[in-house]
Design a binder for this molecule. Structure first.
Ligand code: FES
Ligand code: FE
Length: 452
């Protein structure tokens, strides 16, 4: 067992049955170190999308937790990822955020690597190394990569389940917005900003917090006023109440929230008309494909987190990665989501609408940021961080629905997905490996259900 695991009492971090978490998980360095090893060392982390590296030689750089990575499109169309670290003396290999290249040359001593990661050229190799350097042993450190509907994720753990199995039930909900109109595109480069909060605060917020919207965002939403374009989500929800939220029955911690209120977008009235027309014309396809009950979710407000740190918020076309920078800071990466077949005019309007709501300087992003930062920073107080957090809203009132995979919270306003997120968090933090994680009690969620 690693040193970090012997030093953290994982059992004390989350009370799964009662929906309680220790505040220390947002502050303690040892807990963070264990998260890097257990959560970010074992789970799939978002890297890039097909649309951001369409051609051979295209690359993006980014992060898997605190490790810097390069993702490249190969000549055969496949995608590989590597640590963005020169294998000579460890300098950063690629400084650009994105581009197209035939090779990567290190700025320090000039070692050059092919797009496949192989070490190709070492300056003055013959004169200086005199045949003693085995270049085949100094290729870039490759990372396991798999994709789902054009989204590429990386994993440091060779034993982790496939991305397909890892996503599990969440694919059903991703497909509602990704498997239509030729698929989606992410529009980059991403805006980037630093927030002084723990990575879990936005991840848990996007996993399913409709509760805060009326308090945190109402003034901003009203200020947007005439610029709002309401789109087609205001239909009778498939569940009673204000919509629903969903979490995985076992592990993986994904959460989805569908809000029956109309989705809104900060775009001008002309683009708003285009937007409404777009959804009105496309929705019948989804209803035909998925049935009326599920298909009507398309075009509504839908948000979620793919565990651990990749979130999306449809209705404002936002795609986020919360990259940890120590226990008390994150770097936020934000892309706009558009549908491939949308006309260019609508795509442009969607991107600028997204920037004015959830971009780095977006109005709604600013509302959330203050809460995120205080939720983390007030744990500086010793008494404060000995406290507990409550995610009991809706506990004992969840149910199953044959039309929707996962555990279903009775309303969009609930904390079903929070509890699923922290159930997975505890399982993964406490287990030796994926074999052990997958053997854990498959009914660990049943206390959630109404009548239990
Ligand atoms: Fe990269 Fe020396 S550190 S070539
Ligand atoms: Fe918010």
């Amino acid at each position: 067992m690693s040193t970090n695991r012997t030093q953290v009492d994982v059992e004390s971090l989350v009370d799964v049955k009662n929906g309680i978490q220790a505040k220390r998980i947002f502050w303690d360095q040892q807990i963070y170190d264990l998260e890097i090893e257990q959560i970010f060392g074992k789970c799939w982390q978002f890297l890039t999308h097909d649309s951001l590296i369409p051609n051979p030689g295209d690359f993006t750089t980014g992060y898997m937790a605190e490790d810097e990575v390069i993702v490249t499109r190969q000549d055969d169309g496949s995608v590989k990822a590597f640590l963005n670290v020169c294998t000579h003396r460890g300098a950063r290999l690629v400084a650009a955020e994105a581009g197209n290249a035939r090779a990567f040359s290190c700025t320090y001593h000039g070692w050059s690597f092919g797009m496949d990661g192989a070490l190709k050229v070492v300056p003055m190799e013959e004169e200086l190394y005199r045949g003693s350097l085995d270049k085949s042993k100094f290729g870039l450190r490759e990372i396991r990569v798999e994709s789902y509907r054009g989204l590429y994720y990386g994993n440091f753990d060779a034993q982790a389940p496939s991305l397909n199995d890892y996503l599990g039930d969440v694919k059903f909900y991703l497909d509602i917005w990704m498997d239509i109109n030729g698929g989606i595109e992410l529009v980059g480069p991403p805006s980037r900003s630093l927030l002084n909060c723990n990575w879990k605060t936005p991840a848990e917020n996007f996993v399913g917090d409709a509760y805060h919207v009326g308090w945190t965002h109402l003034a901003s939403l009203m200020a947007l006023g005439g610029e709002l374009a309401a789109i087609g989500g205001n239909e009778a929800p498939p569940n009673e109440g204000l919509g629903m939220q969903v979490t995985s029955r076992f592990g993986h911690g994904f959460g989805v929230l569908w809000d029956a209120a109309p989705a809104v977008h900060a775009i001008n009235s002309k683009a708003g008309t285009l937007y409404r027309e777009w959804f009105a014309s496309r929705k019948p396809k989804m209803v035909e494909k998925l049935g009326a009950k599920v298909g009507r979710i398309y075009g509504s407000h839908l948000n979620g987190t793919v565990f651990p740190n990749n979130s999306y918020l449809l209705g404002t076309n936002t795609f986020k990665l919360w990259v940890p920078r120590g226990p008390h800071q994150i770097e936020v990466f934000t892309w706009a989501i558009v549908e491939k077949e949308m006309p260019a005019e609508l795509k442009n309007a969607v991107v600028s609408g997204m920037n004015s709501t959830f971009g780095s300087a977006g109005m709604l992003e600013a509302d959330d940021s203050d809460n995120m930062e205080t939720m983390t920073q007030n744990n500086r107080g010793r008494m404060t961080r000995e406290g507990k957090l409550n995610s009991q809203l809706g506990l004992g009132f969840d149910k199953l629905d044959p039309d929707f995979p996962g555990v279903i919270g009775q309303s969009a306003i609930g904390e079903t997905s929070y509890r699923g997120f922290y159930r997975a968090y505890k399982e993964i933090m406490g287990a030796d490996n994926w074999k052990a994680i997958l053997k854990l009690d498959p009914d660990a969620w049943k206390h959630e259900l109404i009548g239990q």
